[in-house]
Write a protein that binds this ligand. Structure first.
Ligand SMILES: C[S@@+](CC[C@H](N)C(=O)[O-])C[C@H]1O[C@@H](n2cnc3c(N)ncnc32)[C@H](O)[C@@H]1O
Length: 187
């Protein structure tokens, strides 16, 4: 079975206002099964923060900083990918989810401030996660969960320095000291 390829395109990030929100878009995308995030603004700090996550917590999530949104979308489409823009004005997710689920190469676009009209035009779908205003992080999380083939909460992340041992009370993290040493030497 071919793996699904999902990237998140983050639009409208304002470095002075949206640092936490955009970091959370990246963390959520990674945790719930996306392969990477493309940031259509220049914020090297976010790039650094996200790049620190995978060596620590496993997997191979990528971030591309300072990208041109339309170029990314057009290249994605040329490679046969489909584009789904998340917007409260779109078709409600339950009405389109079965179609989205069959896509093997999907770009999910989330905005911050007002999203330019051309994004609505160029997208294959404008999809609402309920037609009420809320947040890009919530919209992304619910979409990734609903379109997943297997439960994203059960996904394991290989090559992790740190692994949480789930428990009802307290906190337990296992450290892979050999990998921590190896990664230190790479820096
Ligand atoms: C806080 S909203 C701001 C929206 C902005 N005022 C506009 O006119 O597009 C930021 C982003 O969250 C996402 N979002 C918020 N509510 C949503 C919903 N109900 N369904 C899908 N996406 C949503 C969209 O990606 C949106 O661009």
């Amino acid at each position: 079975m071919t793996e699904k390829e999902i990237v998140v395109l983050r639009l409208g990030h304002r470095p002075e206002r949206d640092k936490r929100m955009t970091t959370h878009v990246g963390l959520t995308a990674r945790a719930l099964g996306a392969n990477g995030m493309i940031l259509a603004s220049d914020d090297q700090k976010i790039e650094e923060n996200i790049n620190e996550i995978s060596p620590r917590w496993g997997g191979s999530f990528f971030i591309k900083n300072n990208a041109n949104a339309m170029e990314e979308i057009n290249n994605w489409k040329k490679e046969g990918g489909k584009v789904c823009h998340l917007s409260m004005y779109g078709i409600n997710l339950p009405d389109i989810v079965s179609e989205l689920k069959t896509e093997k190469k999907l770009m999910l676009i989330v905005g911050a401030e007002k999203v330019p009209g051309e994004i609505y035009e160029v997208s294959d779908w404008n999809v609402a996660v309920g037609n009420q205003p809320h947040s890009e992080v919530a919209a992304l999380a619910i979409t990734l969960d609903r379109i997943a083939e297997t439960d994203p909460l059960l996904k394991t992340f290989g090559n992790a320095e740190l692994t949480v041992i789930p428990m009802g009370k307290g906190k337990k993290i296992v450290h892979d000291n050999e990998l921590i040493e190896k990664n230190k030497q790479k820096k």
